[in-house]
Design a protein around this ligand. Structure first.
Ligand code: ZN
Length: 110
């Protein structure tokens, strides 16, 4: 039994749970309960590994890929864009790791 994928319906449930966990993490982070928010990220990652589902792109930006802490703009992360690398840089204030997310064509105003 080297490789077994979970049934589709289980993966669907896992995905749904992951998005719920991130919603809760946001609520907790906003309320100042960062430990709890980090814990939700941890649980979401565990689900994604257990059920072999990917964390949706939009949600992957919400945590640091080094220390896996929840990233709340203005609180636990510094967000800026870098026109040179054409990427959004999100610096985790816990571990100082910079998470880069390239942006493609976006309307630019001068
Ligand atoms: Zn970090």
């Amino acid at each position: 039994m080297a490789r077994r994928t979970k049934p589709d319906w289980q993966q669907e449930i896992a995905k749904e749970r992951i998005s719920i966990l991130f919603k809760e993490a946001l609520k907790q982070a906003k309320a100042g309960n960062l430990d709890r928010a980090n814990r939700y990220v941890f649980l979401a990652r565990k689900l994604s590994m257990k059920y072999q589902v990917q964390i949706p792109k939009a949600l992957r930006r919400k945590f640091c890929h080094k220390c896996y802490h929840y990233l709340l703009p203005g609180k636990t992360v510094k967000v800026r864009t870098n026109p040179k690398t054409r990427a959004v840089e999100m610096q985790c204030l816990d571990c100082k790791h910079i998470n880069r997310y390239p942006y493609s064509k976006t309307k630019r105003s001068k």
